[in-house]
Every structure is written in C-alpha cells, then in structure tokens.
Design a protein around this ligand. Sequence first.
Ligand SMILES: [Zn+2]
Ligand SMILES: [Zn+2]
Length: 183
Amino acid sequence: MLFTHDTELNLSFLQALGDTVAEASESGVDELATEAQLAALLAAWKFSGRIDNDARELRDVRAVRDRIRDVWGADEQTSVDWVNETLVRARAVPRLVDHDGLGWHIHATDLDTPLAERILVEAAMSLVDVIRAGRLDRLRDCEADDCVGIFVDLSKNGSKRFCSTRCGNRVAVRAYRQRAQEV
Ligand SMILES: [Zn+2]
Ligand SMILES: [Zn+2]
C-alpha cells in the first residue's frame, strides 16, 4: 500500500469526482449536472455527515471539482501552497476519529460542515500524505489525447497511464489499427 487506507479511498473518490466532467466521463456528458447525480455519487462512495441535497450544494461541489482538477498533477510547490491555503481558509483542525469501523483516521472538519468544504479539506489532507510521502507523481492526467481524465496510480510499479480501462483499450485499438495500416 502506498498510503493509508483512508487516504487511498479518498484519492480514489477524488478521481471519480474529477472524472465526472464531460471530457472525461464515460457518457461523454457532465455526470455531475444534477442533484440526483451528486446523490448517487455520494451514495456510491458511502459519504456520511451533512448532505443538503440542494442546488447550492451541487454548485459548490462542482466548484470544488474544478479546484481539485486544478491541483491534480501540479508541481510540488504549487501543491503545497494549495494545501496550506485550503487548510487555513477552512480553519481546519485535524483530530483523530474512529467511526463506521474505519479505524483511527484524521478529520479536519466537523460532520456538519457543508459537504463541498469537507470534500475540499479532505482533499487537502490526502495531499498532505501524498506530498509527505514524495508521491505527487502518482496523481496523473490520462494519457489518452481525447480525454482530460485524472487518476491516482496506486499500483505497485506505478505504470498506469490511463484514467480507465476504457481509455486504455481505446488507445490500444487505435495503435493497433495504425500499425495494421502501416504494414
Ligand atoms: Zn471519517
Ligand atoms: Zn482517460
């Protein structure tokens, strides 16, 4: 394991969140356009704590999605500044908690803090782990040239190149066709 379980889980969630944009989603349209879509995403990732399920929350989470996509793959200093600014602005106070059988992990917001802010602060806390481990190289952009997907490479050898098997397959098929034409 590269990071602690809760950090790996959260990074995977952030990948899923970031890849809901139209240019990365499987459907080719924005998959975080409605409150129902947000509710489905949260349910799939078993989100707890305050969930308002209203238009404002959706708007704020969409804005957070942009901020996370911005910092994903950024250089070390940019990432450090992003983390510090995010934690200061949210007045984050880290504490150890244990709930839902997850074991001891860190929360830096209260469960009644608005969802978008919790996602943002948790992203910052996960980045703390990634930066401290010297593993920012594992937060990558999809190498398919028609995809703006982001992904975290949690594999042992760190050789992942695409946000999804869908992108990997598409690029492989295209390369195969190109080779076939050249023969
Ligand atoms: Zn927790
Ligand atoms: Zn992709």
